[in-house]
Design a protein around this ligand. Structure first.
Ligand code: ADP
Ligand code: MG
Length: 616
């Protein structure tokens, strides 16, 4: 029998390796941009077409390659970055396996143009599916220009496996973000189908974060510097008020390389415990510096999961360090971390809460979303049907509304139960006070409860709208006069990306060539007047999250619709109105937080009050 073992062809070996390294267009972006970073570039431009299916082009102004290096760079295990196995442990550059270019060239049509400063003319190499097509002199600026076309053209199974353009683009944006957040001194730009998505000049780290994620973050970040013998952790973490359910701004880097870590995420989450809603977390951008010998970056081919020798020590240092950072920065002045109290745990109050202007608005601010029959916001309390509450809310409500501090009254309250709202009405009569037309204050079991009226109302309206969005799925209110909305290129690209989701919630829109939208239909519960603002809000939220896949358009729509109607600060409320607002608030699923994660209720504890008097 003839021998059966043969050496695989290089092309086949490369294709197999590519399966590991190049999973989707975003992998190509990552590998090429990292190479450009390693080449000492100060400016890197990324051009994407059709979410990278048609083209991924990366242009840099780095060191460039010689004629023979340009050809060599596509060979497997060709790398200028590792000379010995010792280097494997002290990796400072991004790439180190020397197989990225070989893998990319195995599954795409690649054109490389490159020139070094000392060369008067550059060189062009063309390789299609591992097949060398030719190399020629070419006139090209100093630096390197890679064009990767028709990815997976020769691997149909892979090509089919790719997700929708918007998903693939989100992966690209995610990879891009991870790199730009580690190199603020390099200028980056990213284009998709000719539209500029990011333009990031050279800047400080904080400025880079803000440029990537929006100006809104500027006031919300607290600098972190935890310096210990086993790890130094620097970067920024968000104030508790900046916490969000959407988790698209959580970044760990180790030795300036992105890493995923559910484990360390947990440490950060623990540091924020009691400061934010359990399912929310503020953004964080944390950079670990450790001895390269104490980590193993080779556990995963795409190298985002990293093993730490001192993982559990770092966990504790991180958790304690973030807590301390928050307390030092006075963003959490009144927190008693060890509180055993089962009262609503919300003694956080942000000094930075902006005081928005006070527009005059006229509408019924006290619509009770749970009572469709309700005719007038001024109905007497007894006539208003009690909203349905789940057990937890019921308990909160009882606790908060027990009024006095003695247990007797608490028990009486429980006995009279919530089935008799008038009993509560009598108890809380005259106990609600409005201050500065902004807060509602009332005694609570454990001190004084302060409710932010605007946020409370937002929560109530959000609940109403999220239910409407669900109930009306697919229904459209056709506009008699379509509305035209002019957008900048980025917003237009984003809106286009989410067109399917917008349609599902009831928007009927046309996308025009001049970057405008024609809105022909809107969700049935939206008013025509608010349609454009709500669409803008949705695009903005989506942009802010950079199209995080987990972002629910329904959620954004409900928040946007609620924002449009929320009573402004400065609105005077009658005792009845206050009571109704609070009542509706405690009927919602999450009375402690606005849909955007802002604190609604603050309790100033008796302890705190007593301490104040003791010091005087
Ligand atoms: P690695 O990055 O792991 O070394 P790659 O396959 O990504 O392997 O790249 C192979 C080699 O090609 C690099 O080591 C480098 O010498 C060269 N190279 C790749 N991209 C560039 C670039 N943009 N500028 C200069 N040299 C590059
Ligand atoms: Mg590389």
């Amino acid at each position: 029998m003839a021998d059966v073992i043969r050496l695989m062809s290089d092309a086949l070996a490369n294709q197999i390796a590519a399966g590991e390294v190049i999973q989707r267009p975003a992998s190509v972006v990552k590998e090429l941009v990292e190479n450009s970073v390693d080449a000492g570039s100060t400016e890197i431009t990324v051009n994407i077409k059709d979410a990278g299916r048609t083209l991924v082009q990366v242009i840099d102004n780095g060191c460039g390659m010689s004629v023979s290096d340009a050809r060599m760079s596509f060979e497997r295990h060709a790398t200028s970055k590792i000379y010995s196995s010792d280097d494997l442990f002290c990796i400072c550059t991004k790439g180190f396996r020397g197989e990225a270019l070989a893998s990319i060239a195995a599954v795409a049509e690649v054109e490389l143009k490159t020139r070094r400063e000392e060369d008067s003319i550059g060189t062009q190499v063309i390789i299609n599916g591992s097949q060398f097509m030719g190399q020629n002199p070419v006139s090209t600026p100093v630096g390197t220009n890679f064009s990767v076309k028709n990815l997976f053209f020769n691997v149909p199974a892979r090509r089919k496996f790719l997700k929708s353009n918007s998903t693939e683009l989100q992966h690209i944006v995610a990879e891009f973000q991870r790199i730009v957040l580690t190199h603020p001194a390099i200028a980056f730009s990213l284009y998709h189908n000719g539209n500029l998505i990011y333009n990031l000049p050279e800047s400080t780290l904080k400025q880079r974060i803000v440029n990537v994620f929006g100006k809104g973050l500027n006031q919300e970040l607290v600098p972190v510097d935890i310096d210990t013998s086993i790890v130094r952790i620097t970067g920024f973490t968000g104030k508790p008020a900046a916490s969000k359910k959407r988790s698209d701004k959580e970044f760990f880097f180790v030795n300036n390389r992105f890493m995923k870590s559910q484990y360390f995420h947990k440490a950060v989450a623990l540091a924020y415990e009691n400061l934010v809603r359990p399912d929310c977390i503020p953004p964080y951008f944390l950079y670990f510096e450790v001895d390269p010998h104490s980590i193993d970056v080779n556990v995963h081919p795409t190298k985002t999961e990293i093993n730490f020798e001192n993982a559990s020590d770092i966990f504790r240092l991180l958790q304690a360090g973030i807590r301390e950072t928050l307390s030092k920065c006075d963003v959490a002045p009144a927190i008693d971390f060890d509180s055993e109290s089962d009262d609503i745990d919300v003694p956080y109050f942000s000094k930075d809460d902006p005081m928005p202007p006070m527009p005059e608005v006229s509408y019924n601010p006290f619509y009770n979303p749970f009572d469709a029959e309700q005719k007038s916001s001024r109905q007497s309390y007894q006539q208003v049907q009690m909203p349905v509450r789940d057990k937890n809310n019921l308990e909160n409500w009882e606790r908060l509304y027990s009024g006095g501090t003695d247990m007797d009254s608490m028990e009486n309250m429980n006995e009279s139960g919530l089935h008799d709202p008038s009993a509560f009405a009598a108890k809380v009569e005259n106990r609600l006070v409005q201050i500065k037309n902004k807060y509602i204050v009332t005694p609570s079991k454990s001190g004084i409860m302060i409710i932010d009226q605007r946020r409370a109302h937002k929560r109530v309206l959000y609940q109403k709208y999220i239910e409407k969005v669900d109930a009306n799925a697919d229904a459209v209110q056709t506009l008699l006069y379509p509305i035209t909305l002019n957008l900048d290129v980025q917003s237009f690209a984003m809106a286009y990306d989410i067109r399917d989701e917008l349609q599902v919630v009831g928007f009927d829109m046309e996308f025009n060539e001049d970057n405008s939208l024609t809105i022909k239909g809107i969700p049935p519960f939206l008013s025509q007047n608010s349609a454009t603002e709500v669409v803008n809000d949705i695009i903005d939220s989506y942009k802010e999250g950079h199209g995080n896949v987990s972002t629910s358009i329904k959620d954004i729509l409900a928040i946007a619709a609620a924002n449009r109607e929320t009573i402004p600060y400065g609105k005077q409320l009658s005792p009845d109105e206050m009571r109704q607002l609070i009542d509706s608030l405690f009927a919602t699923n999450a009375p402690n937080y606005s849909p955007e994660g802002e604190q609604i209720i603050v309790i100033v504890g008796l302890d705190e009050i007593e301490k104040r008097f003791a010091n005087s």
